[in-house]
Design a protein around this ligand. Structure first.
Ligand SMILES: [Zn+2]
Ligand SMILES: [Zn+2]
Length: 150
């Protein structure tokens, strides 16, 4: 079997944009974000993010439909979306790592084709970020994950 056939596959709401992540991809960081920017951009009360090395991520279809938006002046972080259906399809992020810039992709398990893939244990959120900005009552969430209040 072709190696890429086993990759995690995902798509936007309309299906024009499709991407895949290598089966062996390692998660750099993951969690739920409650910040004002993420809530507005995703129109949700919290969202689940997973960051992987850009080399493990590939847009398979619909590159021409992808647009990006950011409020980060140096462009080191961008939110990419399908211009046809509006789905947030992935983020790009550059972080300093061992003296050079590491290129990451933020992916969303909610876009994966299969529920099994979306629930793969490697995507398990490790923390709540920007918990202070949450619009949810975090006392009702008993997942044992650390909450970053900054
Ligand atoms: Zn779309
Ligand atoms: Zn956020």
């Amino acid at each position: 079997m072709d190696e890429t056939q086993q990759d995690f596959k995902a798509r936007c709401y309309c299906g024009d944009v499709r991407w895949r992540v290598a089966r062996q991809a390692e998660v750099v960081f993951s969690g739920y974000c409650h910040c004002d920017d993420c809530r507005r951009s995703h129109a949700t009360s919290l969202y689940q993010y997973v960051y992987v090395d850009a080399k493990d991520f590939h847009v398979e279809r619909g590159q021409e439909q992808i647009r990006a938006f950011t409020t980060v002046k140096d462009g080191s972080f961008k939110r990419h979306f399908c211009q046809r259906c509006g789905t947030r399809v992935y983020n790009t992020l550059q972080v300093p790592h061992n003296g050079h810039q590491m290129e990451l992709r933020g992916i969303f398990p909610s876009l994966m084709e299969s529920i099994q893939d979306a629930k793969d244990p490697r995507w398990t959120p490790r923390k709540h970020t920007c918990a202070k900005e949450s619009i949810l009552d975090l006392n009702t969430i008993h997942d044992g994950l650390p909450r970053e209040l900054t």
